[in-house]
Design a protein. Structure first.
Length: 66
């Protein structure tokens, strides 16, 4: 199993807020985790902090070498 480049941490959140995030995530066809990340990025951008996106992990077979 490859190591993830994402940081995992526990998040204490009000159940009502989390339920609202889950509803929003469902409407946007995202996971709750992806929705929270999107909301954080939007909040940072609104405050003038631009966060660069990291490259997604490569998937599939490696290219054949000749």
């Amino acid at each position: 199993m490859a190591a993830s480049s994402r940081k995992a941490f526990p998040l204490r959140i009000d159940p009502a807020v989390f339920a609202a995030v889950e509803r929003l995530a469902g409407a946007e066809l995202r996971s709750a985790n992806a929705e929270i990340e999107m909301l954080l990025r939007e909040a940072l951008k609104a405050r003038g902090i631009e966060v660069a996106r990291t490259d997604p992990p490569r998937r599939g077979r490696p290219p054949k070498e000749d």
